[in-house]
Design a binder for this molecule. Structure first.
Ligand code: AMP
Ligand code: GLY
Length: 421
């Protein structure tokens, strides 16, 4: 099987590494990729968000399977175009990708499917903002109703901060979504979905804030771990039954059936798991830890998803231990990152690349905000943390920063879901 992965983050590096280990894979390419993916796969140029560009590349390279990593190409219809050229594609149609691309669409689907989620209101007129804010908060949750790479959300107890963020979004022509604040620990659950059949992966937790102790602004994700030792028994089954399957069925009913990876971002409240968002693709950085533990050959699984044959696929097999990833970010991130700095130790084991490129002189340099995602595994969460942080210590990038508390509270047994009042 000739497999072409589209994207250039650490998620794609993890996908390429896992696919490379699948004996069914005869050729592997990544476009546009980064310095890390270039070490394990053929590197090809593409305009990843342009359906024609991706399709031409896939046809020319004779791909048997195209795997689309990021959401923007999916929302733009890349998977539709690839499939129209008779090539299997892992990733939903543009119609189904609206589950991530439009928060209002996702809310509408959830309401129809009876899926537990925060109450929300869309505000598109600044004149209605103050009255709407008065119906929420404190705490206020203010979101951009569109793709914002995890950075369009402000959660605050300060009315003025909430109002200012909403006005900034409205000024930019973006409708604003106000939501009820949900209290509890977060979990990400990824599921393979081939239109009808749902196969869940291990649950993971992402760390969205830039600083230790969840301080500072939201980012694309600063670290993750899997599995989650603190989730209640039957958690995955419950989420599949109450959240994923009803949404999958509702999308079929709307003639927008979902094929690819459906990712539920959840908060485990006292009233049970509630959805904060859906994504239409693998999450980053959770993919780096989930795939580190997956034993089942990945490419076959992605192909079964893309071709509607998941029901016939054998059950997934997992390593028994835990995995932790720590993101090393460039100076300035999540604001404008400093780029072009030389990375030392970037080719060591467990070091996945995101914003990196190889300079003409052979040096690996930073080229984005999230630069590396360093993965450690171990029999316990504590051991996996230890390995991840030992590996982080061996990497050097001037001015970089990372969180030092990824998976710490979980490893200490300090996370619990709130108890119903
Ligand atoms: P989102 O982009 O919708 O995933 O939101 C980014 C982050 O904001 C989430 O990971 C949560 O930490 C937080 N968040 C979003 N919605 C809510 C909510 N309704 N209640 C509490 N926290 C939220
Ligand atoms: N881990 C967050 C995301 O991929 O959106």
């Amino acid at each position: 099987m000739r497999v072409l992965v589209i994207g250039s983050g650490a998620r794609e590096h993890a996908l390429v590494l896992a696919a490379a280990e699948d004996p069914a894979v005869t050729a592997l390419a990544c476009a546009p990729g980064n310095a890390g993916t270039a070490a394990v796969s053929e590197q090809l140029g593409v305009d990843a968000v342009d359906p024609d560009s991706v399709t031409k590349l896939a046809v020319g390279w004779k791909a048997d399977l195209v795997v689309v990593g990021p959401e923007v190409p999916l929302v733009a219809g890349v998977a539709d175009a690839v499939r129209a050229a008779n090539i299997a594609c892992f990733g939903p149609s543009a119609a189904a990708a609206r589950i991530e691309g439009s928060k209002a669409f996702a809310k509408d689907v959830m309401a129809k499917a009876n899926v537990p989620t925060a109450h929300a209101e869309v505000v598109d007129n600044p004149a209605h903002l103050d009255a709407a804010l008065a119906r929420f908060g404190p705490t206020w949750v203010v979101k951009d109703d569109g793709l914002a790479a995890g950075k369009g959300v402000v959660v605050t107890t300060d009315f003025d901060v909430a109002r200012k963020h909403a006005l900034m979004l409205l000024d930019g022509g973006h409708p604003v979504l106000l939501e009820t604040f949900l209290d509890g620990p977060e979990a990400s659950l990824f599921c393979f979905v081939d239109g009808h059949t749902v196969v869940p992966l291990l649950p993971a937790q992402d760390f969205k804030r830039v600083g230790d102790g969840d301080a500072g602004p939201n980012t694309g994700g600063m670290g993750a771990y899997a599995p989650l030792p603190w989730t209640p028994k039957g958690f995955v089954k419950e989420v599949v039954a109450k959240v994923i399957q009803p949404v999958v069925d509702e999308l079929v009913a709307r003639d927008s059936s979902f094929s690819g990876l459906l990712y539920a971002g959840l908060i485990l409240t006292a009233d049970g798991p509630q959805v904060i968002e859906f994504n239409c693709r693998f999450g980053d950085p959770e993919t780096q830890v989930v795939l580190a533990l997956l034993r089942t050959p990945l490419a076959g699984l992605l192909y079964a998803t893309a071709t509607g044959t998941l029901a016939k696929h054998p059950p997934l097999e997992w390593d028994q231990g835990s995995a932790v990833t720590v993101v090393i970010a460039a100076d300035g991130y999540p604001g404008k990152p400093h780029t072009g700095d030389v990375i030392a130790g970037g080719e060591a084991e467990g070091v996945l690349h995101a914003g990196t490129r190889r300079r003409d002189d052979g040096a690996i340099v930073s080229s984005g905000g999230r630069v590396l995602s360093v993965v450690g595994v171990g029999d316990t969460l504590k051991a996996a943390r230890k390995q991840a942080y030992a590996r982080v210590e061996k990497v050097h990038l001037a001015g970089s920063h990372h969180r030092t508390d990824i998976a710490q509270r979980a490893a200490r047994g300090e996370i619990a879901t709130p108890v119903a009042k």
